[in-house]
Design a protein around this ligand. Structure first.
Ligand SMILES: Nc1ncnc2c1ncn2[C@@H]1O[C@H](COP(=O)(O)OP(=O)(O)O)[C@@H](O)[C@H]1O
Ligand SMILES: Nc1ccn([C@@H]2O[C@H](COP(=O)(O)O)[C@@H](O)[C@H]2O)c(=O)n1
Ligand SMILES: [Mg+2]
Length: 434
């Protein structure tokens, strides 16, 4: 992998907060207890699941096709809830006009859940093909391979809470009832060869009541409501843009399995908003930057190894806990890295902090994402593999490092990930030291 692709990926991942980025071949979490990691990496390794609900003939399939078309360079699969229609018994087939295809019980939701579970865990699945004319699943199955994005589409995909929980994004296609009915009449008479009278009977007997009772009430679960379905190009563009941002994070974590992305919360976004606001006072800027940096430091520390430790509590009982990793030091990249020192000192009592100053050339003033970052790695001698990152012509102007740095876990402090080139240079430097 070359530096350029990493930088490009970072560019595509604005708003991501990187921490705990330690490189391949790195010896990690060697101590007897591993910190139970709630790694966001695990989360992002799973596919991004989008649910698309809405009334029959509202344009769900059309919207999905448009999203898939715009995401042509990504691995996307479409799963239709229609594929999970229960087969009709012989008796039901004789009185098909009395069968309610719009009721939640018409679907085999347990099978849908099994299929989604497999896909989410990276397994290929065979999905039934439903035939609207024979009211039965076809003998032919459709092979669906695991993908980065799974779109699950259907009138009632928001109905069952277990299905909803699988979704990272929920879209409701909101189209006027008269438009839906007009489209349905055209579709069912031309494509399904049905009689217009039967279409209208089915609509008033089942489709409309089920829409009011089961589909419309699920609109509240939607993250995004698209009026006018496929005609709403602006909404579809925005959705695709959002998915791309999410996939940017996803890709980074795939490339660097030990990259941890701190999940954005409203607190974090609130701090970013204040920090980025030109009107923010210097005092507030410092206050909120400190708070943000502290979060990154805490998060990074959470990935260090721990050893088991037992203590006696004031009531005399034994508490089995863990001991902090003691062999730590920080290295800040002068000058920006120094802004992270206070937070590190506040979290790690008496920690030694070294400094390095780099003269940087060759970034052409490019800006990538500006996010607080902290990188930790175990010791300088583990970084030989990083030679390939060193594409830049920078110089080490000054260094003051703890003498025993090679025995310590090193927290490299560099809060502004501008182009990321300083960071890569630091890695190059370690190759020289080793
Ligand atoms: N924006 C649109 N303008 C005109 N026809 C449309 C539009 N969106 C969908 N249709 C047509 O309406 C019918 C239903 O659309 P579809 O996307 O299959 O809806 P759903 O999947 O919600 O049932 C299809 O025949 C489709 O070609
Ligand atoms: N044999 C069937 C099965 C389903 N329907 C109708 O299809 C609609 C759902 O599909 P969409 O693509 O429109 O979401 C639903 O309203 C069912 O009534 C059918 O007519 N025959
Ligand atoms: Mg459809």
């Amino acid at each position: 992998m070359d530096t350029k692709s990493a930088v490009e990926l970072m560019e595509s991942s604005a708003e991501v907060h990187f921490s705990g980025f330690h490189m391949d071949g790195f010896e990690q979490r060697k101590a007897s207890i591993e910190q139970p990691t709630t790694s966001e990496t695990d989360m992002y390794k799973q596919p991004f699941v989008i649910g698309v609900a809405g009334g029959a003939a509202s344009g769900k399939t059309t919207v999905c096709d448009m999203i898939i078309q715009q995401l042509h360079d990504q691995r996307v699969v479409l799963v239709n809830q229609d594929s999970f229609y229960n087969n009709l018994t012989e008796e039901e087939l004789t009185r098909v006009q009395d069968y309610n295809f719009d009721h939640p019980d018409a679907f085999d939701t347990e099978q849908l859940l099994r299929v989604m579970d497999k896909l989410k865990h990276g397994e290929a699945v065979d999905i039934p093909k439903y035939d609207f004319k024979s009211y039965k699943s076809d003998d032919m199955l459709r092979r669906v391979n695991p993908s980065d994005v799974i779109i699950l589409e259907g009138i009632l995909v928001f109905h069952d809470p277990r299905v909803r929980e699988l979704m990272n994004m929920k879209i409701f296609v909101d189209t006027d009832a008269d438009v839906r009915l007009a489209r349905r009449i055209r579709r069912d008479t031309t494509e399904k060869g049905r009689d217009i009278g039967a279409v209208l009977d089915q609509y008033s007997k089942f489709v409309k009541p089920a829409f009011d009772d089961f589909i419309l009430p699920t609109k509240k679960y939607a993250d995004i409501i698209i009026p006018r379905g496929g005609d709403n190009h602006v909404a579809i563009d925005l959705i695709v843009q959002h998915i791309r941002t999410k996939l940017g994070q996803h890709d980074l974590c795939k490339i660097y399995p030990n990259l941890y992305v701190i999940q954005s919360t409203f607190q974090i976004r609130g701090m970013h908003t204040l920090i980025r606001d030109a009107k923010t006072t210097k005092h507030d800027f410092v206050f909120y930057s400190d708070r943000l940096i502290r979060l990154v430091v805490e998060h990074g520390l959470g990935h260090l190894p721990f050893t088991e430790k037992q203590v006696i509590t004031p009531t005399g009982s034994v508490y089995t806990g863990v001991d902090f990793c003691k062999r730590l030091c920080g290295v800040s990249v002068i000058r920006s890295g120094e802004s992270m020192e206070n937070a590190l000192r506040a979290c790690c009592k008496g920690i030694k902090i070294g400094k390095i100053l780099i003269h940087r050339e060759g970034d052409n003033g490019q800006q990538v994402s500006s996010s607080a970052s902290m990188v930790w790695y175990k010791s300088l001698f583990h970084l030989v593999i990083l030679t390939s990152y060193a594409l830049i012509n920078d110089q080490l102007i000054y260094e003051k490092l703890p003498n025993d740095i090679s025995d310590r876990h090193v927290l490299l402090l560099d809060p502004i990930l501008g182009t990321g080139l300083s960071f890569f240079f630091v890695l190059k430097l370690q190759v020289c030291v080793a």
